[in-house]
Design a binder for this molecule. Structure first.
Ligand SMILES: [Zn+2]
Length: 225
């Protein structure tokens, strides 16, 4: 069966397009080895935590990769968000979740929640890319994830060309906690794709704290400078 599937759907690495060997999944070994990792889980005081100091009380703040305007991370995130490749989010989440679990972070959280997309955007894309990352993290950290707790009630415009203040104004009231009973006294790991100013995580994190979770940590696929 495996060979039959391979014959009709040859598997190529979504990072570099080279053929995948047996045992490789979504990404080739070389692409995985060359991923620009932040290793922030080994440095609790890091630039993401510093970026959100005084804005959102955080236990841990982490990103798996460094985002650059060119290169494999930009390419993978583009495939994940715009080219219908949700499996990239799951794969990156599994790799990162394994690294986090190896450093005992699997005991630091009770529940993983992805930053929600507005339902019209989620419908158009077919999935929430942050939820796919959450799904991967969940599978190797053995921590449940839930994308139905938080909702984005307002469709926001793109944050790309906004200043820091404009970004905050754009997102401060967009999140709604639909199931507060599921987060009471829980240590939440809030997950997003790329962190820039952190305004989105800040807004969603405050909503979760206001509804009774005990602490918030964040993990993103990548950190933009
Ligand atoms: Zn590759």
């Amino acid at each position: 069966m495996g060979d039959f599937v391979t014959l009709f759907f040859p598997n190529h690495c979504l990072g570099c397009s080279s053929s995948l060997y047996k045992g490789e999944d979504i990404l080739c070994t070389r692409c995985i080895l060359e991923l620009p990792k932040t290793k922030y889980h080994e440095h609790v005081e890091n630039t993401i935590k510093a970026r959100l100091t005084g804005r959102l009380p955080l236990t841990y703040a982490m990103a798996f990769l460094q985002f650059r305007k060119t290169g494999v991370v930009q390419h993978l995130l583009h495939q994940l968000k715009y080219n219908n490749h949700p499996e990239i989010g799951v794969r990156l989440g599994k790799i990162y979740g394994k690294e986090l679990a190896d450093s005992d972070y699997d005991k630091a959280f009770d529940l993983i929640i992805p930053i929600p997309l507005h339902k019209s955007r989620r419908r158009r894309r077919g999935y929430n890319q942050s939820a796919k990352f959450a799904e991967g993290l969940s599978s190797t950290m053995n921590i449940p994830w839930d994308e139905s707790i938080a909702e984005r009630k307002i469709k926001t415009t793109t944050q790309t060309r906004k200043t820091k203040t404009e970004r905050w104004e754009n997102v401060r009231n967009v999140f709604y906690i639909k199931h507060p009973e599921r987060i009471i006294n829980k240590r939440i790991l809030l997950v997003d794709d790329v962190i820039t100013t952190g305004a989105t995580l800040e807004a969603c994190g405050h909503e979760l704290l206001n509804h009774g979770c005990s602490e918030i940590s964040i993990a993103c696929i990548a950190e933009a400078q």
